[in-house]
Design a protein around this ligand. Structure first.
Ligand SMILES: C=CC1=C(C)c2cc3[nH]c(cc4nc(cc5[nH]c(cc1n2)c(C)c5CCC(=O)O)C(CCC(=O)O)=C4C)c(C)c3C=C
Ligand code: FE2
Ligand code: FE2
Length: 350
């Protein structure tokens, strides 16, 4: 047999099998309960609300509050809310359906760029877990993995906890893949353009013209902001760039924060209070959209599409539109592909 310098020498018989030569992309969203029943809800909430990046209260005090109060009442109440938006055809939450569709569409788009790329998705809480999917990517031969927390704006409670969980898994590996964490894209032109274009398309399809549009972001406690979390400033920058791109003033496109949890003050102005005040002040037509959510979920479909719609109509409003997130549509995929390709710089050819 002739030996070519390109050919690796044959492996000794006792050498463990090795898969190699591929590059992984793991997109990671928050997670969603596996069912709307009490125990599925409780399991999900317990994992989520035990994360010290999410709840910064004294751990001993919090263990009592969580187990004695929150986990006895919230699973049932929130299970009813999830039931209103559940994907019954697949028996799963919409966040899971949409994240899977994003991973599949991203995989198809990236395949034309570099055949070594493998795309997968995971959830920070629940399944599929980050540890499981990192192991699967490594098993498929990924020597390098780009982890993309699916949050355009950075918060310790979302972005950083994905990185923590990924490194917890990497810590257990003998042969670690090289890992990168994608940064937030709150001020990226491709993201701002995609949001603006998609919003304009949805507004054009309405049978009314909103007098006010709310850009409603998930909130965080104000104390986290004061401790240095950049989230509030990144949301404000996204809103400012959107106004500039859409030619709208601060009165027309308003920044608000939703999904308050607990008794502390959260980032203001609150979405629900703003919706109520607008209706009471005589505004009849509004639209709400959620630039900080990459996929529709409980917080957009139920909290905005049901709860805030009810608030608006109950206080004198007449027309309310809840605009869908970018999801797995063309504009949304354009943003994800752009972020991924940018962050793969040096790993794949530009
Ligand atoms: C988009 C960014 C998000 C930030 C920032 C965020 C902060 C944050 N969230 C909670 C508590 C809860 N959030 C819940 C649901 C939920 N949160 C996000 C995103 C962000 N959270 C998403 C995408 C979802 C929806 C998941 C789904 O299954 O559809 C919930 C669960 C529902 C409920 O019980 O209300 C809680 C709880 C805190 C405390 C926090 C910041 C510290
Ligand atoms: Fe949340
Ligand atoms: Fe700031």
């Amino acid at each position: 047999m002739t030996i070519s310098p390109d050919m690796p020498p044959p492996a000794p018989a006792d050498h463990p099998p090795v898969a190699y030569g591929r590059i992984g992309v793991l997109i990671v969203n928050l997670g969603t309960p596996s069912g709307t029943d009490y125990w599925s809800m409780r399991r999900y909430l317990k994992e989520f609300l035990s994360d010290r990046r999410v709840i910064e209260v004294n751990p001993l005090v919090w263990a009592f509050v969580l187990n004695a109060i929150i986990l006895t009442t919230r699973p049932k109440a929130k299970g009813r809310d999830y039931a209103k938006i559940w994907n019954t055809a697949r028996d799963e939450g919409p966040l899971l359906t949409i994240t899977r569709a994003q991973a599949e569409a991203l995989s198809a788009r990236l395949a034309t760029r570099d055949s070594r790329l493998v795309v997968d998705f995971a959830m920070r809480y629940g399944a599929p877990s980050i540890a499981d999917r990192l192991a699967a990517l490594q098993g498929a031969g990924c020597e390098r993995i780009l982890i993309v927390p699916l949050y355009p704006q950075y918060a310790a409670a979302t972005t950083a906890t994905v990185a923590d969980k990924a490194f917890d898994a990497l810590k257990t590996m003998r042969w670690q893949p090289a890992a990168r964490i994608a940064p937030p894209w709150h001020d990226d032109g491709v993201y701002i353009d995609a949001l603006a274009e998609d919003l304009e398309r949805h507004l054009a399809a309405l049978d009314f013209e909103p007098q006010v549009i709310l850009a409603s972001f998930h909130g965080i406690p104000k104390s986290y902001h004061l401790k240095g979390d950049p989230y509030a400033c990144q949301c404000a920058k996204t809103a400012r760039l959107l106004r500039a791109r859409l030619g709208m003033g601060e009165d027309k496109l308003r920044l608000t924060f939703q999904s308050r949890f607990g008794r502390e003050e959260w980032l203001q102005p609150y979405t629900d209070a703003t919706v109520k005040a607008l209706a009471e002040s005589g505004v009849k037509r509004i639209a709400v959209f959620n630039p900080g959510f990459v996929a529709d979920c409980l917080e957009t479909l139920e909290e905005i599409g049901v709860e805030n719609r009810d608030i608006f109509l109950a206080h004198g409003g007449e027309k309310f539109a809840a605009i869908p997130c970018l999801n797995a549509g063309e504009a949304g995929l354009r943003v994800l592909e752009h972020v991924v390709v940018r962050e793969l710089s040096g790993w794949i050819a530009g």
